[in-house]
Design a protein around this ligand. Structure first.
Ligand code: ADP
Ligand code: MG
Length: 748
């Protein structure tokens, strides 16, 4: 991560003038905000001073040895860099949180060291750059691709690669459309013969000539009609092919996107919302599909017709000796192109804004619908309606305003484009009056002009469609290009676990600047039951997330039977770990399907055995359809204890060597807890168990208890040992005993 930014000429001059000329720059980091608004500022640390440069001027200069206790604080919308100067706390500068938080955290640490007189081994950060240096927007996760500044041609190339296997089908409409268009060029030719040689024949016709005329008339009109019929048939063929290709393309892209989302790590998926992901899989894929399958071939076909039409018009106008007629067509073109070029940015911005608002609507919808219970219990329906109405209104307004602008700009441009044809009409009629041109010829010329104008008018719609397509495809690629942080190594090992787990000096934080676990070490032997206790937020769940390898530790490692977790294939690892969490998610489906989830090929007997072991068999048999009762989103609602027992059966079905229970009984009443506790007691034999429990009584069978305090291992030992030590665990036990006493006392 970059910690020494280059100063621009003005700021450099200010820095030199302030006496920094011969000093070594240790850190130079930009900041953005002042009371006056956004600024172009830098904090520069040298071995003796801290400089604040503001828009090419010296803002302030502090002697570093008079300063102490540098810190960074996140405020609303930005973050501040603080320090003590002669015992007074001062705000040094304010910066954008996302872009610079980690940089300033390092700077604060570095300043502390320099202030203490240590300029050797200053902290650096080997964390990869996460923000685009050009525009300051975040890169696509774990890559160096900025979705705004990226090279667009690469996107097209990727799209081209994606269409592999269906290119012929995508191109097919192009050919049919091109043929159909070329056919339209033939009709005017016959029309010209009809008009010039027959309808406007100057000499009165003899009877023979009349017969001749009739035949010719029939042939020519027959040709015109059959060309039209052929045209329509081609149209039908083209739509059929487009429909089939469209469906195939959509399926391909959706599957790819869905597969990709499945490979992303927890950390990354947690940052995205369900509504957002669904929007990308549904809407954006549709936009891209429409572009590739419908618009692109149309544009190509139009291009063909343009080239052919142009050739014919040039040929005709030269043959007639009036090349100026062809020129008229192109007269307005430069104006239109320049206008479109200028308008491009506005369009891009507006389309992005519409996309963002659409996404917000999706997010709100998903948020409210998935939390509908809470909405109802607090009687907040009206506020939910208002929020949603606000979202849809903003989105509608943006779409309306886009349409209002685009629907004026494009027709106006279309009219300008069309001016050429009016010139042709005027000049053509002039030539007609002068007798230099036949009516039939003028008619043919006009028809060609009409045909060539269709693609020319399309020019005005192309940028709008491309811009919409690029927005959506870019959003899809943001996911496709993301690199999962937790990936298997080249040749992962497929080991059979024995149950030994060693956690070695593990340090980890969700946001890298703030560690949640600090230097945690535990050795667990196979078959041991480890209880994990600690205050809420002390990092218990985080520790087991690391054991499950939903995240990788920043420092230290986790080993299973002496093998680093990173070397074991994720599938092998997860299939040997069973997990029961406080909140259980049941999928839509039968109870049997839900238990079988972890082992899809489990037999009925296995399902029942697992259910029995989880103390769930009896209650499942009493459900309306026993194991075939549909539960989940739209099904039968199970109570908390019942769900939990289904979850335990699910965790047991693949007979895992390692079992993880994260507050599995915390939300249950004592009666149910006892049932579950019995189930748990029955399944700890021969397994390594990590059990997090709020109620300490549930850990009575634990071989050892690990006490976490603010992310550090505070105590570790048996229940008896910890009680005797009279530390945190002792206090927790005492507090719970007192609470239980008070409760029973209150009841009596
Ligand atoms: P416990 O399970 O002991 O109650 P956790 O391990 O869930 O605590 O959380 C430890 C700390 O990590 C808390 O301060 C919590 O806010 C933070 N934390 C947990 N999950 C995330 C996450 N996905 N992103 C950022 N911070 C998190
Ligand atoms: Mg927890």
């Amino acid at each position: 991560m970059k910690l020494i930014f280059d100063l621009d000429a003005q700021n450099r001059a200010a820095f030199d003038a302030a006496g920094g000329k011969d000093e070594k720059i240790l850190y130079c980091i930009p900041f953005e905000y002042e009371d006056t608004g956004t600024v172009d500022g830098y904090m520069v640390l040298t071995p003796t001073h801290l400089y604040k440069l503001l828009d090419g001027k010296l803002g302030c200069k502090w002697e570093i040895d008079r300063m102490s206790e540098f810190s960074v604080e996140v405020m609303y919308g930005c973050a501040g860099f603080y320090a003590y100067y002669d015992q007074n706390s001062i705000l040094l500068c304010r910066f954008a949180t996302g872009k610079s938080l980690v940089r300033y955290t390092v700077l604060a640490h570095g300043c502390d060291m320099v202030a203490a007189g240590r300029t050797e081994n200053l902290p650096s950060s080997d964390e990869p750059e996460r923000y685009c240096p050009k525009c300051g927007r975040p890169f696509i996760r774990n890559t160096h691709i900025c979705p705004y500044c990226r090279d667009k041609s690469k996107l097209y190339k990727t799209l081209w690669e994606m269409t592999k296997g269906m290119r012929l089908w995508i191109m097919a409409p192009l050919f049919t459309a091109a043929i159909a268009l070329c056919l339209t060029f033939i009709a005017p030719y016959f029309q010209e013969i009809l008009i010039n040689d027959y309808i406007l024949a100057e000499n009165p016709l003899s009877f023979d000539a009349w017969q001749d005329w009739l035949w010719m008339f029939l042939i020519v009109s027959g040709a015109i009609v059959s060309i039209d019929i052929l045209h329509r048939i081609l149209g039908i063929v083209q739509s059929r092919i487009s429909a089939v290709t469209g469906a195939r393309f959509t399926r391909m892209l959706r599957t790819k996107l869905f597969q990709k989302i499945q490979t992303l790590s927890m950390a990354s998926v947690q940052k995205k919302s369900t509504g957002d992901l669904m929007g990308r899989i549904n809407n954006d894929v549709n936009v891209v599909q429409n572009f590739v399958v419908h618009l692109l071939p149309t544009y190509f076909a139009q291009l063909v017709s343009f080239v052919v039409g142009l050739f014919l018009i040039l040929f005709m106008s030269f043959k007639l000796g009036v090349p100026i007629l062809a020129l008229y067509i192109f007269l307005p073109l430069p104006f239109v192109l320049i206008a479109l070029w200028k308008f491009r940015r506005v369009m891009k911005l507006r389309n992005r804004r519409a996309w963002m608002l659409g996404r917000r609507t999706n997010l709100t919808l998903q948020d409210v619908l998935s939390g509908i219970r809470v909405v109802k219990t607090y009687g907040r329906e009206q506020s939910a309606i208002d929020t949603f109405a606000d979202c849809t209104e903003k989105q509608a307004k943006q779409n309306y305003s886009n349409a209002k602008l685009f629907d004026v700009v494009f027709p106006v441009l279309g009219f300008v484009m069309r001016l050429g044809s009016y010139l042709i009409l005027w000049h053509g009629n002039l030539l007609l009056f002068r007798g230099l041109l036949g009516v039939g010829t003028l008619n043919r010329f006009n028809t060609y002009t009409g045909i060539i104008y269709a693609p020319l008018m399309q020019i005005t719609t192309i940028p709008r469609n491309i811009s919409e397509f690029m927005t959506s495809f870019g959003k899809i690629m943001e996911i496709m290009e993301e690199q999962p942080e937790i990936a298997d190594i080249e040749e992962p090992r497929d080991v059979k676990l024995q149950g030994a787990v060693s956690i070695k000096n593990v340090t980890f934080g969700y946001e890298s600047a703030v560690p949640v676990l600090k230097n945690v070490s535990v050795e667990v032997t196979p078959g041991e039951m480890i209880g994990i206790v600690g205050h809420s937020g002390s990092g218990k769940s985080t520790l087991i997330n690391l054991v499950m390898r939903l995240y990788d530790p920043a420092e230290g490692c986790i080993e299973f039977d002496g093998i680093n977790a990173k070397d074991i294939s994720q599938t092998a690892l997860r299939s040997q770990i069973g997990v029961v969490l406080q909140e259980t998610h049941l999928f839509s489906g039968t109870v049997r399907d839900n238990i079988r989830y972890a082992k899809p090929n489990a037999t009925n007997a296995e399902v029942i055995a697992a259910a029995r072991a989880a103390n769930a068999h009896d209650f499942i048999m009493s459900l309306p359809q026993g194991y075939n009762t549909v539960v989940g989103e739209k099904g039968y609602s199970l109570s908390g204890g019942e769900r939990q027992r289904v979850a335990i059966a699910r965790a047991l079905i693949h007979n895992p060597k390692i079992l993880i229970l994260d507050e599995a009984t915390a939300a249950l009443d004592t009666e149910t807890e006892k049932l579950i506790q019995d189930a748990i007691d029955g399944m700890t034999d021969n397994r390594t168990v990590f059990a997090i429990a709020h109620r300490l009584s549930t850990l009575r069978n634990a071989d050892r208890i690990l006490v976490l305090d603010h992310g550090e291992v505070a105590e570790c030992g048996t229940h008896q040992e910890l009680l005797e030590a009279q530390g945190i665990y002792y206090k927790l036990v005492m507090a719970q005993a007192r609470a239980a006493l008070e409760k029973t006392g209150g009841m009596m």
